[in-house]
Design a protein around this ligand. Structure first.
Ligand SMILES: [Zn+2]
Length: 289
């Protein structure tokens, strides 16, 4: 394949971590005040077709990824989970019910992440080593969550976005993989550090909103200047411009959710081509890919 202009791939030996938070459009935290958990069963699900598309993009790029999957989704789509694993990707946990860690008691949180791990392992027949908190909801006020994550038997977490944001963030946290407890590693979402401020570089609405060239510059800078892998994430619903619209939330939430959905698939194709990508367990735990 010919390299696009400015491609950093040939001279950039760093392998980055590619991750997908497997949840449907009606389960995102920003919509939670408008769609109750009880209504989930009545909503049109789009996750299967969107995961198919992601698997096909990854197959074309020859990349593997980690799928942080909700237990609720795993229970309803066992075949989809098997298909993800049989394509060589890692299955990890995004909790069962997508409640923020910061809105649960330590006991509720532990029960939720234990259940998700058990369901995903049961359905897929694979060990689950990784966990990601909904909406990066681990910060300075609830570091007890790491004790629960270790107690539930996870080996790594990717639950901190070290930026300032109105809904999440822990701007003073380390920017790269570090041990939070003996036997538990935290791998924060990628940031680029400019003038002592961490700027988001690992996905989310920023990836769709800002020009792709900025994301490419930021990841190349992390690989080159920090000589570290970038942890990148996205959601299946971000590739689905035709998803049913949710009308309750205000303009800011709606803008963040719906901006540039049509650009997502072509952007991901470029991202997969411009950098090297791999599942998180093989990068950070050294398990065979
Ligand atoms: Zn989520």
């Amino acid at each position: 394949m010919n390299s696009p202009p400015g491609n950093s791939f040939p001279t950039n030996p760093v392998v980055n971590a590619l991750t997908i938070d497997v949840e449907d459009y009606f389960q995102v935290s920003a919509f939670a005040p408008h769609i109750s958990h009880d209504e989930w069963d009545t909503m049109e699900c789009r996750v299967e077709q969107n995961i198919e598309r992601i698997l096909s993009l990854l197959g074309d790029a020859g990349a593997t990824a980690t799928f942080f999957t909700l237990g609720w989704i795993a229970q309803r789509y066992p075949e989809m989970l098997k298909r993800i694993a049989s394509d060589g990707h890692e299955l990890a946990s995004h909790g069962f019910s997508h409640r923020r860690a910061s809105e649960q008691s330590p006991e509720q949180f532990l029960a939720d992440i234990r259940l998700a791990k058990a369901v995903i392992e049961d359905v897929s027949g694979h060990h689950v080593l990784g966990y990601r908190a909904p909406s990066f909801s681990i910060g300075a006020s609830n570091t007890w969550a790491f004790d629960a994550i270790a107690e539930a038997g996870y080996h790594y977490s990717s639950s901190i976005y070290p930026i300032r944001h109105d809904h999440y963030g822990m701007p003073d946290a380390p920017r790269f993989a570090h041990e939070v407890l003996p036997g538990l590693i935290e791998v924060p979402i990628a940031t680029v550090r400019i003038l002592r401020v961490n700027l988001p570089a690992g996905g989310g609405g920023y990836f769709r909103l800002l020009p792709y060239a900025l994301s490419r510059w930021a990841i190349a800078r992390i690989n080159r200047n920090d000589n570290r892998p970038a942890m990148f994430y996205f959601h299946p619903w971000e590739l689905d411009p035709d998803q049913p619209r949710v009308y309750g939330p205000g303009p800011k939430t709606r803008f963040r959710h719906y901006v540039n959905l049509r650009r997502m698939a072509p952007r991901l194709t470029r991202l997969f081509r411009d950098f090297r990508w791999q599942r998180a367990d093989s990068l950070f735990l050294g398990t065979p890919a």
